[in-house]
Design a protein around this ligand. Structure first.
Ligand SMILES: *[C@@H]1O[C@H](CO)[C@@H](O)[C@H](O)[C@H]1NC(C)=O
Ligand SMILES: *[C@@H]1O[C@H](CO)[C@@H](O)[C@H](O)[C@H]1NC(C)=O
Length: 415
C-alpha cells in the first residue's frame, strides 16, 4: 500500500449501535484513500448475520481490505487484552477510539458499573500498558447544564440520572490511569445518516408523522430557552480523529498542561470502596477535555421548528392546562405516543415499495420526552486543535440527507 507504513493502526471499541459506523466510514471511506493502515472494530454485536441495525454503508466498509471486525464480549478481561493483539503482519495499535458504554437510560446502576465503567477501565489499562499513542473517549450528553450563558469545559454540568453519574465516573476512572494518553470528546445530541439512536432522530421521525397527519407537533415543555445543542455525526468522527492526531505527538502530560480540566467528583463517597478502580472522591483528576457541538445553538424550539417545517407542519407547545394534565410522566408517555405511533405505522404500511422492517420508531420513551438542557461551548476545540466543523448548522439539508439515505435503503416510507 502507498504510504501504508506511515498511517496509523486504529482500534474502535463499542458504539456500533451509536456512532462507530460513521467513524469507521470516515477512517476508511468507500471512495478515496483510507486514513489508516489497518482498522479493527470490536463490539458485542454480530455483523453477519446482523444482530443490530447496521445501515446500508457499514457492511461495505467492513468489506474493505483494511478493516477487520471482531465480535467480542468486552466485559471479560482476557478478551479485552486479546483484542489489542493486531493481526499477523500488522504493527501495534496506535490509536484507540473508545465508544463503549451502556446508552439505554433505564439500565440499573449495576449494569452501568459493569458495562460502562468496567469495560472502559479495562480498555484504558490495556491501552496504557501497550503505550497506545492516543486513547479518545467519546462521552455523550448525559448532563444537565443551566439554560443561561455559554458552557465551556471549566463549567461543571450535573450528570443526569444513573446513566449520567456512571458515564461521568468513567471519565474519572480513565483520567486516573497512569500513562494513558487520554483525551475526552464530550458531544451534544448527535444526528446524521444511519444514526437511528438518540433524541434528534426521534424528533425527525415523529416530526414526519405530524407532517403526514397535517397536525402541529407539540412539546410538553413550556416554551423557554431549553438548549439541546446538536452535532452532526461526521463532526464527531472528524473531531475524534483530530484529537487523536493532536495528542499523539504530545503525550498526556503535555496535553494536560495545554488542555487539562478537572474531572470533578459527582458520585456518592460510599461507592468508592464498592467499585473497582474508582478513584477516591478527593483525588484531584485532570484530563484533556473538549466539548463539541455545532454552531446552531440548537434548542428544543429550534430543533422542533427545523424538523416540522421540513415536513410541512409546525411546532407548538401544549398550553398550561394540557401540561398540568401531564404532570405524571408515566401517563404522559403513553398518552403522547398514542398520538403518533399509529401514524407512523400507517405511513410504513402505505409505503411503496413496502418496508418489511425498519430500525426507526415513532415511540418516544420517557428519556426522549423528559426535559434535557445541554448547552456546550465549542470554542476550545476550535482554538486548541484548529478543528473546523463540516456541518455547522442543523438544517433542512442535513435532514434531507438523512431521510434520503433511509429511503434508499428501505428504512423510511415512500408515500
Ligand atoms: C459477557 O461476559 C459476562 C461475564 O462473563 C457475562 O455475564 C455476559 O453474559 C456475557 N455477555 C454476552 C453477550 O455473552
Ligand atoms: C456485574 O458484575 C458482577 C461482578 O462480576 C456480577 O456479580 C454481577 O452479576 C454483574 N451484574 C450485572 C447486572 O451484570
Amino acid at each position: 500500500m502507498v504510504d501504508g507504513s506511515s498511517k496509523p493502526n486504529v482500534l474502535i471499541c463499542g458504539g456500533v449501535n451509536t456512532y462507530s459506523r460513521a467513524l469507521a466510514a470516515f477512517l476508511v471511506p468507500l471512495e478515496g484513500e483510507p486514513l489508516v493502515s489497518h482498522l479493527r472494530i470490536v463490539d458485542k454485536y454480530s455483523v453477519v448475520p446482523a444482530t443490530t441495525y447496521l445501515g446500508a454503508e457499514f457492511p461495505k466498509v467492513l468489506a474493505k481490505p483494511e478493516v477487520d471486525y471482531k465480535q467480542a464480549n468486552l466485559t471479560v478481561l482476557s478478551i479485552v487484552q486479546s483484542i489489542f493483539d493486531p493481526p499477523e503482519g500488522q504493527g501495534p495499535y496506535d490509536y484507540v477510539f473508545d465508544l463503549t458504554g451502556e446508552v439505554r437510560y433505564d439500565r440499573t446502576e449495576m449494569i452501568q458499573i459493569n458495562t460502562t465503567c468496567n469495560v472502559a477501565r479495562m480498555l484504558g489499562q490495556e491501552a496504557a500498558k501497550r503505550k497506545v499513542k492516543a486513547y479518545v473517549r467519546i462521552t455523550l450528553p448525559f448532563y444537565e447544564t443551566t439554560s443561561k450563558g455559554t458552557h465551556d469545559e471549566k463549567d461543571d454540568p450535573k450528570p443526569d440520572g444513573t446513566i449520567g453519574i456512571w458515564w461521568h465516573e468513567t471519565l474519572r476512572i480513565l483520567s486516573a490511569i497512569e500513562n494513558l494518553n487520554l483525551v475526552i470528546l464530550r458531544v451534544g445530541f448527535v444526528y446524521g445518516p444511519y444514526v437511528e439512536f438518540g433524541d434528534t432522530t426521534s424528533a425527525i421521525t415523529v416530526g414526519s408523522v405530524y407532517g403526514y397527519l397535517k397536525k402541529p407537533m407539540k412539546s410538553v415543555w413550556s416554551p423557554g430557552k431549553n438548549p439541546t445543542n446538536t452535532l452532526h455525526v461526521d463532526d464527531l468522527a472528524g473531531a475524534a480523529w483530530t484529537l487523536a492526531q493532536w495528542i499523539g505527538p504530545l503525550g498526556r502530560k503535555e496535553a494536560d498542561s495545554l488542555a487539562g480540566e478537572s474531572i470533578i467528583f459527582h458520585n456518592e463517597k460510599s461507592k468508592v470502596s464498592q467499585v473497582e478502580g474508582m478513584p477516591p472522591h478527593d483525588q484531584k483528576l485532570v484530563a484533556p477535555l473538549f466539548n463539541l457541538v455545532d454552531d446552531s445553538n440548537s434548542t428544543l424550539l429550534s430543533v422542533g421548528q427545523t424538523v416540522t417545517s421540513f415536513f410541512g407542519t409546525t411546532f407548538d407547545f401544549f398550553n398550561l392546562g394540557e401540561r398540568t394534565m401531564y404532570k405524571f410522566m408515566d401517563d404522559a408517555v403513553e398518552d403522547i405516543n398514542e398520538h403518533h405511533v399509529g401514524g407512523w405505522t400507517q405511513m410504513i404500511q402505505s409505503s411503496n415499495p413496502p418496508i418489511p422492517n425498519t430500525p426507526l420508531s415513532a415511540y418516544m420513551d420517557k428519556y426522549a420526552l423528559e426535559k434535557h438542557i445541554v448547552a456546550f461551548s465549542n470554542t476550545k476545540i476550535k482554538e486548541v486543535t484548529g478543528y473546523k466543523l463540516k456541518q455547522p448548522q442543523f438544517n433542512h439539508d442535513g435532514i434531507k440527507e438523512i431521510v434520503d439515505k433511509w429511503k434508499e435503503e428501505g428504512s423510511w416510507p415512500i408515500l
